[in-house]
Design a protein around this ligand. Structure first.
Ligand code: GLC
Length: 733
């Protein structure tokens, strides 16, 4: 995000004409408040429904009779800078009040959670990241931006780029997995897609990279839990994606709920002012997460709301999401001198800069024609992109005996409630999909012309009908079992202490196996699952995640062989939950895990992941040969020969890793440093080349200093983080 000199002057002039109330108004974000129809605060009503004091039906009835307060009067008075609404006509209405009825006519920045698409929902991020396709990451983000603007949303609370190594945490579904390099490439591509299409004022939005920072390291994988880590770990694992996003010009950042080493990110001056704004160069603004300023009292870092508001403002938190604390307390604190006017001016300058950069002063409204266009069917190119993204995001985990792809003419017994539930294909944080756009796996198979009969047999919740499973086994030549999680089992506030297949789904798989017929397992899930038993017993496993509106088409195409799966895991899978957190880029330790007793291992489970980062099979096969590493000035040249040794065309994602073998801090046994997608015909061989800049081979120490240290390095190239060729090289920097 860069402003012209003229835009900067506009901001300064506007700022100079604002009252203190209007300035603080810009720092205040509102959501529609539910009012009427009940005589307790809305938060209390939610609690009552959650703890069963009122039923879901009663809650629904109350909501049906309630109205929403869109804060029109406060907007008119210039006391609201941002709203969170996704209805285009309501957004135009609110924008009109701000622009035409408030004293200075400052438009609203209107934000919404568009994490993996708006109405055209593409795969959840952990799945899309498995494509290792930067062009795809960018293209889907660009589509989301255009759809957002068509609904009056000019600010996406995306991308979520939290590195996450513990799959008990439900929000692993929302981010690009465990690796900082893949996460950085994902972040850059998403920022470009959301922000860079300036061909029309309605094609781009402000991105909001989140959650800053290290939210994915919450202790025990329990959401909102405390985070403690070394500075070097923070800089080497959790900050890189945010640094990349800032380099790419991300307009805004959302602070994370968690504390970091005892200081909540929301009031963490070092994180917000020193690292993010000064070192990383954020040009736009920081917004708190929902209610997070008030929660600093609960954290125990602030005595009361006023104290929390003062700490947040002084720490560099520019906008308050939803607590009204800035609106209620900042004016008095400025007048008392506890919060200098310069702090207010800096925050408002940043907020106005983003609004100017968005072109909101020239184009605050959504044309009616554009609104109507989206009320009809989705543009065909959007549907096609959702399907392609779904196809590229699937990972073939196992395929013993080549059961997959299925043969045309085979009668398929399709089993599992998820297979016919189009409401589950979009996954967590999909808020605007329409049922008519969503395709279930059953529909996908039928539309692909497969000979399929369907037996629900149950799913992630409730009982499993084993008798129905027996009938399914009698009917089909091959059984396809769709098992996994509902969309509510991952995402925010969805941590789980046990991440094996939920409900009786394992018992269902066992029963199907007893038939002696070939059984294909299709996973629909929002997190890596603990699949030790399944990997041992199930002959074929296709990881299909929550792939978005066209999931059914994509899975059917993969099962029937019209698509050759090429995805690679963006996160490691454990055998059992007790291994969490488990990840590939770990230090060696002095006693690396092995079969020997006195090594870093478990008595009752494997020590390493079941399926490692970067793992993914194909319907064809590839070989890697002749790895060569050479030095050329300030770069390493790495080359390898890749061959398709199978019978059909396939795409391979070749991965480059490195190891700094001896350093002043222990370093990971492998670190991803590049990757490339290569499509080869049967028998085709190609030389694959990587260039690695020596300056990118360093690491951060516990003072946050970046170090490049002479010594022995290992370079790896292969088909996964576990299956690689290796060459050593001595380097002097
Ligand atoms: C939520 C999430 C955040 C989201 C925000 C607004 O609590 O933590 O990711 O953008 O609130 O919905």
């Amino acid at each position: 995000m860069k402003l012209t000199q003229e835009q900067k002057s506009f901001v300064e002039d506007l700022l100079s004409r604002m009252t203190l109330d209007e300035k603080i108004g810009q720092m205040n974000q509102e959501s529609p408040s539910i009012v009427g129809g009940f005589d307790v605060p809305f938060s209390e009503l939610i609690e009552m429904m959650t703890d069963g004091r009122i039923s879901q039906e009663e809650f629904g009835r109350i909501m049906a009779n309630a109205t929403q307060d869109f804060h029109e009067d406060e907007i008119r008075a210039g006391l609201v800078g941002s709203m969170m609404v996704n209805d285009p006509r309501k957004n135009n209405e609110l924008q009109k009040i701000a622009v035409e009825e408030s004293r200075l006519g400052i438009p609203l920045i209107i934000g919404f959670d568009v994490i993996h698409g708006f109405r055209s929902v593409f795969p959840i991020a952990i799945a899309e990241a498995c494509s290792f396709d930067d062009a795809l990451f960018e293209e889907t983000a660009r589509m989301a931006a255009a759809e957002s603007r068509a609904h009056g949303i000019n600010w996406n609370f995306a991308p979520m780029i939290d590195a996450a190594r513990d799959s008990r945490w439900g929000r692993v579904s929302e981010g690009p997995g465990e690796d900082p390099f893949l996460g950085s490439r994902f972040a850059r591509a998403k920022i470009r897609g959301l922000q860079n299409d300036r061909s029309s004022p309605l094609n781009y939005v402000a991105a909001c990279t989140k959650h800053y920072v290290a939210y994915g390291a919450c202790e025990s994988g329990r959401d909102y839990n405390t985070v403690s880590m070394s500075v070097s770990n923070l800089y080497n694992v959790y900050l890189p994606a945010f640094r990349a996003a800032m380099d790419e010009g991300a307009a805004t950042v959302m602070a994370a709920f968690n504390d970091l080493n005892g200081v909540p990110c929301t009031v963490n001056r070092w994180l917000l002012r020193e690292v993010l704004k000064k070192d990383f160069g954020l040009e736009g603004f920081v917004v708190s997460d929902a209610n997070a300023i008030r929660e600093c009292v609960t954290h125990g870092i602030a005595a009361d709301d006023r104290d929390a508001g003062v700490q947040a403002a002084l720490a560099g938190m520019d906008m308050d999401m939803g607590t009204h604390i800035y609106k209620d307390f900042l004016k008095a604190e400025v007048e008392k001198g506890t919060v200098p006017m310069t702090v207010i001016d800096e925050a408002v300058r940043r907020i106005l800069s983003v609004k100017v950069w968005l072109g909101l002063f020239e184009n605050p409204y959504v044309p009616e024609a554009l609104i109507e266009a989206y009320e009809k069917s989705l543009p065909e190119k959007h549907v096609a992109l959702c399907r392609r993204a779904a196809e590229e995001s699937m990972v073939l985990l196992k395929n013993e005996g080549g059961i997959l792809p299925l043969r045309r003419g085979q009668k398929i017994s399709l089993v599992g409630r998820l297979a016919d539930d189009a409401n589950e294909v979009c996954g967590a944080w999909a808020m605007a999909w329409k049922p008519e756009d969503c395709v279930s796996i059953l529909t996908g198979l039928k539309e692909a012309g497969a000979d399929v009969c369907y037996y629900p047999c149950g799913g992630p919740e409730g009982d499993i009908n084993l008798e129905e499973a027996d009938r399914a086994c009698l009917e089909g030549d091959v059984i396809v079992a769709v098992v996994g999680e509902t969309d509510a089992m991952s995402g925010e506030a969805s941590s789980k202490a046990e991440i094996s297949l939920p409900g009786g789904q394992r018992a269902l798989l066992e029963r199907l196996l007893q038939s002696g017929k070939p059984v294909v397992t299709v996973l629909m899930n929002g997190r890596p699952l603990a699949l030790g038993w399944e990997a041992e017993h199930m002959p074929a496993i296709l990881e299909a995640w929550h792939l978005g509106i066209r999931m059914g088409d994509a899975v059917a195409a993969a099962l029937l062989g019209d698509v050759n799966p090429a995805g690679k895991l963006s996160s490691s899978f454990p055998s059992v939950t007790g291994q969490c957190p488990v990840y590939y880029n770990h230090p060696s330790t002095g006693r690396p895990g092995s079969k020997s007793k006195f090594t870093s291992r478990y008595l009752d489970a494997p020590w390493d992941s079941l399926f490692p980062f970067g793992h993914g099979l194909s319907y064809t096969s590839f070989t890697y040969e002749d790895l060569r590493v050479g030095e050329r000035g300030e770069e390493l040249e790495i080359a390898i020969r890749l061959k398709n040794t199978g019978e059909r065309e396939g795409t391979e994602i070749a991965q480059l890793y490195m190891q700094d073998v001896t350093a002043s801090l222990v370093r990971p046994v492998k670190e991803l440093k590049d990757y490339c997608r290569v499509t080869l015909s049967p028998g085709e061989e190609r030389e694959i080349r990587f260039t690695l800049k020596k300056k990118d081979m360093g690491f951060y120490d516990n003072a946050g200093r970046y170090l490049l240290e002479d010594g022995l390095f290992r370079l790896f190239v292969g088909t996964s983080s576990r299956d690689c060729l290796m060459q050593e090289i001595e380097l002097k920097f």
